[in-house]
Design a protein around this ligand. Structure first.
Ligand SMILES: NC(=O)C1=CN([C@@H]2O[C@H](COP(=O)(O)OP(=O)(O)OC[C@H]3O[C@@H](n4cnc5c(N)ncnc54)[C@H](O)[C@@H]3O)[C@@H](O)[C@H]2O)C=CC1
Ligand SMILES: O=C(O)[C@H]1O[C@H](OP(=O)(O)OP(=O)(O)OC[C@H]2O[C@@H](n3ccc(=O)[nH]c3=O)[C@H](O)[C@@H]2O)[C@H](O)[C@@H](O)[C@@H]1O
Length: 433
């Protein structure tokens, strides 16, 4: 099939490349010329394991192209996939200007008799498929298009793997013809294909992300309670997760969820409720718990140093919002560093890939270390912020020989508490014994 994918970010670039790998002819469009130039020069603008090899192979096979020209690409395609950003706006609602801008442009392009399926892959408010359809019809009332919702569920850091091994594919459409075309497109990826109406499909995306965020805030709240009673959250979640109805996944307590999706999507679904006069109490609480969670790291530091942390030096191991990505959007490290700076703490930080992105978002004096041990050199305390393999390799023995004081605050509960304590460390996790 001939596809156009609009937007070459984490979603558009990965799914466009993956559809090419399945044998389709794919044109990826982005409005940023420098991004397209880099892609045409074989450079990948984002860090995503396995992506470069896949892009190189499919460009070489002639199945994958990059351009800034949306209209000719759309005219040559059977399926047009919208994968542009839907960032948070001031009200918490999704900012839909990029999606609507693309809809206008598609509307101008589809001035022929060809039947096309327009797929919205961006995470969008319920009713967006209808809105996109009417924006296209405003430009070309006779356009033969079906606008469908096929939300994306990939995770950053494992985006390629997730795309080829999805738990399910949701196709939101009221058209049998579009359902058939989109089922054929996705069939090589999974048999778990659910066909539903566009509004339910759009809601499946928001409620899936909101549910996962709820799991994290729930477990973080329990971890915070564990801190007061000497219970260990890792033991608690192991015991909870053995109940088949609960399951062991997504129960890691820590510094709260970050990234470009959970924070904005919880706010966006909340906003969808509020504009209808319904107060989404649970979603509000999920958000509130998360807002405070990263600062628990600073609370632990204050407890350990008897509220006297001015002028001490703290090493941050990891900056990205999760391992295997360079994405710093809503990374908990940003809040932690800003708070430490307000207290007058000196910060030494290490991240294997997100340093450049972090430098653009952080102000003030931060020492960016070469590696995890370099970050900890002479530090009064170390904080594990992102569970990168490079950060997890530090041992209490190695750290003790280079740090000023043996203090580890483990924001991901990823280290063995016993090992650190036996080596003479003051070890605090989030809800750890
Ligand atoms: N990042 C992720 O892991 C996931 C994101 N999503 C959703 O997918 C959507 C895209 O997210 P990301 O890929 O992270 O965004 P991104 O911000 O990384 O990339 C969006 C791209 O779209 C381009 N763009 C914007 N307007 C355009 C236009 N008119 N024409 C051509 N290109 C245009 C931008 O230049 C940018 O390169 C969002 O709605 C997000 O919520 C869904 C699942 C996973
Ligand atoms: O809509 C999206 O953009 C995507 O959002 C998340 O993917 P992502 O944000 O890339 O990463 P996750 O692995 O889900 O982690 C999100 C945040 O939650 C945190 N987390 C995750 C799991 C856990 O048990 N505990 C925890 O604190 C992570 O550290 C991270 O900050 C979802 O997992 C994807 O299914 C979805 O497609």
């Amino acid at each position: 099939m001939k596809l156009t994918v609009v937007g070459t970010g984490y979603v558009g670039l990965v799914s466009g490349t993956s559809f090419a790998e399945l044998g389709n002819d794919v044109i990826c469009v982005d409005k940023i010329p420098e991004k397209v130039d880099r892609l045409n020069n074989g450079e990948i603008p984002i860090y995503e394991p396995g992506l470069k090899e896949l892009v190189d192979a499919n460009r070489a096979a002639g199945r994958l192209q990059f351009t800034t020209e949306l209209q000719p690409a759309v005219r040559a395609s059977d399926i047009v996939i919208i994968a542009v950003g839907t960032p948070e706006s001031e009200t918490g609602a999704a900012n839909m200007s990029y999606v609507y801008g693309v809809a206008d442009e598609i509307g101008e392009a589809v001035n022929d008799d060809k039947f096309r399926v327009v797929v919205n892959k961006s995470t969008v408010p319920v009713g967006t498929a209808d809105r996109v359809r009417s924006l296209i019809a405003d430009k070309n009332p006779d356009a033969k298009i079906e606008v469908c919702s096929v939300p994306e569920f990939l995770r950053e850091g494992s985006a390629v793997k997730d795309t080829f091994n999805p738990d399910r594919v949701i196709i939101g459409t009221n058209s049998d013809k579009a359902a058939e075309i989109l089922t054929e497109l996705h069939q090589p990826l999974t048999d778990n294909i659910v066909v539903t109406d566009p509004r339910s499909s759009e809601m499946i995306k928001y409620s899936s992300n909101a549910f996962l965020a709820t799991k994290i805030s729930f477990v973080n709240e329990v971890a915070n309670i564990c801190d007061y009673y000497g219970a260990d959250i890792n033991a608690v979640t192991r015991g909870m997760g053995m109940d088949n109805r609960i399951g062991p996944k997504f129960l890691n307590a820590g510094i709260g969820y970050g990234g470009s999706c959970f924070p904005k999507d919880v706010k966006a679904i909340k906003h969808l409720a509020e504009v209808k006069g319904y107060y989404p109490q649970l979603l509000q609480a999920v958000n509130d718990v998360n807002e405070k969670q990263s600062l628990r790291m600073v609370d632990h530091l204050n407890v350990i140093f008897n509220e006297d942390i001015r002028n001490i030096t703290v090493a941050l191991l990891g900056l990205a919002f999760k391992p295997n990505t360079d994405d710093m959007r809503e990374a908990p490290s940003l809040k932690i560093i800003r708070s430490l700076q307000e207290y007058g703490v000196k910060v030494r930080a290490f991240d294997p890939v997100a340093e450049d992105n972090a430098r653009q978002l952080l102000e003030g004096d931060v020492y960016y270390a070469e590696n995890a041990l370099d970050a900890c050199e002479g530090a009064d305390a170390a904080m594990l912020v992102t569970e990168w393999e490079e950060c997890l390799q530090v041992t209490p023995e190695k750290l003790k020989s280079i740090m000023k004081k043996p203090v580890m605050i483990d924001g991901r509960n990823a280290f063995k508490a016993k090992e650190f304590k036996e080596a003479g460390f003051i070890y605090h996790g989030i809800g750890r014994k």
